[in-house]
Design a protein around this ligand. Structure first.
Ligand SMILES: C[S@@+](CC[C@H](N)C(=O)[O-])C[C@H]1O[C@@H](n2cnc3c(N)ncnc32)[C@H](O)[C@@H]1O
Length: 297
């Protein structure tokens, strides 16, 4: 009996040791493993319901610091950003546009004020949706603006084929529940010749130096944790859309004068958010605009 107990204890200790060795080994070679967030346990992603609660709860803080546009990479003026987006995404009169993950519809309202277009602006947050509805009541719109509270994954899946001339994700594509399965649905919902415009932050390549590499991983993990995001990988994003027959027609950095994170810093400082946990800061993500076209068949 005593021998059996010693044997079991020995086996348990060996197993623990093996787990530690595997953990250390994987942490060294796969930074995602080292910084795994257990709230993403089952799908590896945050769920739309978790995101809805987050944006409802944080609504006042966003409104206070971000104004009407919840985008981190921005010039000093909201109107400049919205006009720039309107032009870059090629929005024109007569179009049917989907703004997926629209916040409280700051950009969508601007588009509807300046274009005779039909805009479906979808947010998962009920508070954002009602705030947008309250706001547009007093505004003069040229176009028609439909403010929808829904999960954009579902909205796109339910859209009739060839509905949209443009689909926009303005710092919101990282919330896609499953980008791989959303891509063919987007393809279906967009008209032939129509386009998908994604403006977002993409992970930079990992630094060579192991301290910087760890800091990079730490800051990305914290960024995802704080904003419930799934920070995008550029190559994977391009891969999934090409795989689903989209043509990549443009990729570039936004061309306006960046406001040096004034808005984001105010928001983070006021809420004691330090993505780098006291380490020296460096850029871990790059803001890019991606345009994909659904070819004319
Ligand atoms: C960083 S904010 C960007 C807001 C907006 N594009 C803007 O420029 O003001 C991300 C937005 O995506 C929305 N969102 C996140 N997941 C969503 C989902 N599954 N369906 C619809 N909206 C979603 C959030 O509610 C939030 O409004």
């Amino acid at each position: 009996m005593e021998a059996l107990i010693y044997f079991l204890l020995g086996a348990l200790l060996s197993l623990m040791l093996a787990c530690i060795i595997v953990y250390v080994y994987l942490s060294k070679y796969d930074f995602r493993f080292q910084y795994f967030d257990f709230r993403k346990l089952f799908s590896g992603r945050f769920k739309p319901k978790q995101v809805a609660v987050y944006y409802d709860e944080w609504h006042n803080e966003y409104a206070k610091y971000y104004g009407n546009v919840i985008q981190a990479w921005r010039p000093a003026s909201e109107d400049e950003l919205n006009l720039y987006t309107l032009n870059q995404a090629g929005l024109t009169d007569g179009m049917r546009i989907l703004d997926a993950g629209c916040g409280y519809a700051g950009p969508a309202t601007y588009f509807a004020q300046h274009l005779h277009a039909t805009i479906d602006a979808v947010t998962i947050s009920l508070i954002q949706n009602t705030t947008a509805k309250d706001r547009i009541g007093s505004l003069n719109l040229k176009g028609s603006l439909n403010l929808i509270c829904d999960d954009y994954n579902n909205w796109v899946a339910a859209a009739a084929a060839d509905t949209y001339d443009r689909v926009l994700f303005l710092e919101s594509f990282g919330y896609a529940e499953n980008a791989e399965s959303l891509a063919p649905k987007l393809y279906r919902a967009i008209k032939p010749g129509g386009e998908l415009f994604i403006k977002d932050f993409f992970k930079l390549e990992l630094p060579e130096n192991s301290f910087d590499r760890n800091t990079h991983a730490l800051a990305i993990k914290n960024m995802d944790k704080v904003y419930l995001y799934n920070t995008l990988n550029l190559y994977h994003t391009i891969y999934i859309f090409r795989k689903h027959k989209f043509e990549l027609i443009q990729i570039k950095k936004p061309e306006y004068m960046f406001d040096e994170y004034k808005v984001v810093n105010g928001f983070q400082d006021n809420n004691q958010i330090d993505l780098y946990e006291g380490r020296p800061k460096f850029f871990i993500v790059e803001p890019l605009e991606l345009r994909f076209k659904k070819p004319l068949q």
